[in-house]
Design a protein around this ligand. Structure first.
Ligand SMILES: Cc1cc2nc3c(=O)[nH]c(=O)nc-3n(C[C@H](O)[C@H](O)[C@H](O)COP(=O)(O)OP(=O)(O)OC[C@H]3O[C@@H](n4cnc5c(N)ncnc54)[C@H](O)[C@@H]3O)c2cc1C
Length: 469
């Protein structure tokens, strides 16, 4: 087997976790090789399709670069509480604490590495502070910054096996390349290779027999072989393997790599299934706290499809990025029929009953305004305004998978842990390759913060390990 042994540190994956690790390791003076499974033009995993980081605005000084958050009082404790609340108390508290305490300084560091931000929120209804950006640009900025400091990127290079030395310690990575298997020798390995959600086989295994048909929002290359590689040498498989971030997306989205395909603002209207029934409290919380679990609820409905309906005054709060155009009509049943709903008349009746149950006070799209329904089987607890002023606007939506919640175990130093909780010498993990942080739901914007924080920590831990060797 061809052996490449030029590098101190091998990083697997070039999404936010891998790129943060690679940038920090080169900054600390190490020779870094980055193995990326995708061809260069598709590099960047799900990060390439993303658009915002959740950041405690009270705990970062990106103001020094001229940036200002829309919400300036979001603290690390608020961020921590959101993670614990959205995961029903199951998030590993130490992993979550380290994440929220490092998210602000890490975004500051990324700014220092050349990342630029757009601080304008994409839509109303955010209750947390975020930075925004263009995914491909974020990836190319961080690749170029790492290359400028000497990192080498190997594309179409898929990590399949960890090489171990005679003491059983990690000694490199064996990868499939255009020239067959190549061994990349190194003293420390950081795996930031994303999750397993783009594999039809694994979606069926973890979520159910229909889930091969679920649309994949992100990269087609996140099929989980690097996670298998870690488990093969003894890393613990932890977290909610049956759970995933599955978002509400436009029904006409491509089967894979559709990106955002957003229909935001659904929280102000109603969502009906093919039976013409509501099945979810659309106003349960801000969009950033419901969209990641709503996709699964929709996929479980008949035909894997649902229909958002708003009336003319609410239309301005909906942001749909396509690919389909909304359907507009003078009656709710006409709109539902054109959208393809199997029971449009039942749907129109549901909307009339919903309207009668509304008890509207002052509407505030930017806060949980307490406008609720009274007396329905499925109540709406915020933003419940009657949908009664034509024309009506309708959107057909389905569920798309973003990423799975299972992964391997790590500690707050990003060290990979074995099944008895021991760190595996020289092996570090970050981002969606890791399990134990997200369960049931997900606070929007946390995936990138998580990848960046732990990618950077992984490089620092690898550096400390290499120093001590
Ligand atoms: C459409 C979409 C929108 C999103 N929007 C947001 C958002 O706005 N904010 C947010 O916080 N999160 C968002 N997310 C989630 C976010 O993208 C992920 O949480 C984050 O990108 C994970 O980073 P990562 O580095 O762990 O994985 P990824 O970015 O997926 O990177 C993994 C990399 O590893 C490579 N790879 C995989 N297997 C191997 C292998 N065996 N060998 C070598 N390389 C391998 C992949 O090709 C890829 O480059 C979004 C996701 C999607 C799909």
């Amino acid at each position: 087997m061809n052996v490449i042994s030029d590098h101190d540190v091998i990083v697997v994956g070039c999404g936010i976790a891998g790129l943060s690790a690679a940038n920090r390791a080169v900054e600390l003076g190490y020779d870094v090789g980055v193995l990326e499974k995708a061809p260069q033009e598709h590099r960047g995993g799900h990060t390439r399709f993303s658009e915002s980081f959740r950041v405690p605005s009270t705990d970062t000084d990106i103001g020094q670069y001229g940036y200002e958050f829309a919400i300036d009082d979001y603290s690390p404790d608020d961020f921590y509480d959101d993670i614990i609340k959205q995961t029903n108390g199951r998030a590993d508290p130490d992993i979550a604490r380290t994440l929220v305490d490092n998210a602000g300084p890490t975004v500051e560091w990324l700014t220092d590495r050349g990342v630029s931000w757009d601080m304008e929120p994409l839509n109303v209804g955010y209750t947390v502070s975020r930075t925004f950006f263009e995914g491909e640009e974020l990836v190319s900025t961080l690749v170029e910054a790492a290359e400028a400091d000497g990192a080498t990127f190997y594309y179409r290079t898929e990590a399949r096996e960890l090489a171990l030395d005679e003491r059983g310690e990690v000694a490199g990575v064996r990868a499939r390349t255009d020239d067959g298997f190549v061994e990349f020798a190194a003293h420390a390995v950081v795996v930031g290779a994303g999750g397993y959600e783009s594999s039809e086989e694994k979606r069926t295994r973890y979520y159910g027999s229909d889930y091969d048909a679920m649309k994949v929002r992100g990269s087609r290359y996140n099929t989980g072989e690097a996670i298998d590689m870690l488990i093969d040498i003894g890393a613990d498989a932890v977290g909610q393997w049956g759970g995933a971030h599955m978002a509400l997306i436009d029904s006409a989205s491509p089967d894979v790599e559709g990106g955002a395909n957003r229909v935001d603002g659904y929280q102000y209207g109603v969502i009906l299934n093919n039976e013409g029934e509501r099945f979810f409290d659309e106003g349960e919380d801000a969009r950033a706290h419901t969209y990641a679990k709503l996709g699964r609820r929709i996929f479980e409905q008949p035909g894997h499809t649902a229909y958002i309906v708003v009336d003319e005054p609410l239309k301005r709060y909906v942001r749909a990025t396509g690919p389909s155009d909304p359907v507009v009509g003078e009656t709710v049943d006409a709109v539902l029929e054109e959208l393809g709903c199997e029971k449009p008349v039942a749907g129109a009746k549901t909307v009339r009953e919903f309207n009668a149950a509304c008890t509207p006070g002052e509407f505030d799209p930017d806060a949980l305004d307490g406008n609720c329904t009274e007396g329905l089987d499925v109540e709406k607890t915020n933003w419940a305004l009657p949908i009664d002023e034509p024309p009506f606007h309708g959107y057909s939506v389905t569920g798309g998978i973003t990423f799975g919640f299972g992964g391997v175990a790590s500690d707050t130093d990003a060290r990979a842990l074995d099944t008895v909780g021991r760190p595996i010498s020289g092996l570090y993990v970050a981002g969606n390759t890791v399990g134990g942080l997200f369960f049931d739901n997900y606070p929007g914007g946390t995936g990138l913060s998580n990848g960046a924080v732990y990618g950077k920590i992984a490089a620092e831990s690898a550096a400390a390990f290499l120093e001590g060797e």
